[in-house]
Ligand binder design. Sequence first.
Ligand SMILES: CC(C)(COP(=O)(O)OP(=O)(O)OC[C@H]1O[C@@H](n2cnc3c(N)ncnc32)[C@H](O)[C@@H]1OP(=O)(O)O)[C@@H](O)C(=O)NCCC(=O)NCCS
Length: 177
Amino acid sequence: MITVRLARPDEYERVGALTIAAYRALAVDHLFGGYDEKILDTAARARSAAVLVAVIDDHVVGSVTYVDDPASEWNEWTEPGEAQFRLLAVDPEAHGRGAGVALVRECMNRASASNQPILIHTTPWMERAQRMYERFGFVRRPDRDAAYEVWNDADYPDLPPEWVGQAFLAFVWEPRN
Ligand SMILES: CC(C)(COP(=O)(O)OP(=O)(O)OC[C@H]1O[C@@H](n2cnc3c(N)ncnc32)[C@H](O)[C@@H]1OP(=O)(O)O)[C@@H](O)C(=O)NCCC(=O)NCCS
């Protein structure tokens, strides 16, 4: 059985490590610009958003950060009233067991309870996540994409060449209340 709940402080290190492992398993580097260090600081994230975990047989196998406070430092590119989730990740060793689905479902339950749409951004190399979002009824919204010129304002010195010109791809889900 899969349980989804808030991460406990003694699980923060595990959350950071599994998130890094899941992102490292993607076909292209997603951890440039110091994102790895930001991801590993789960305690800071938990102060401004809800860090959720998926637990199977007492093992934390996945995590997602749910953001519904517009003032959160993890909120990005939303419009007023929208919720969001970030850093959806499942330990590569636990892929395909339903943890990702359970984490997204919990985000949808939370957004339904407050009657908020969910905006998320994904990347061209997150095909598995995109299949899951589409099955859940998330709709691709190119008009809400974060264009290369928008997110690359920092001129990252370690930007992998594959990212040049790429947008972050937006999906929106509307609760049916
Ligand atoms: C995307 C990601 C979170 C999915 O996690 P996961 O736990 O492997 O996903 P799930 O098992 O819940 O579901 C994904 C697949 O398993 C299937 N599945 C779901 N529940 C299942 C179950 N109980 N039994 C068997 N299969 C199941 C789904 O139909 C889906 O199939 P498909 O992807 O092969 O078409 C994971 O691949 C990951 O960490 N990716 C890297 C990070 C990433 O891309 N994050 C997205 C950020 S926007």
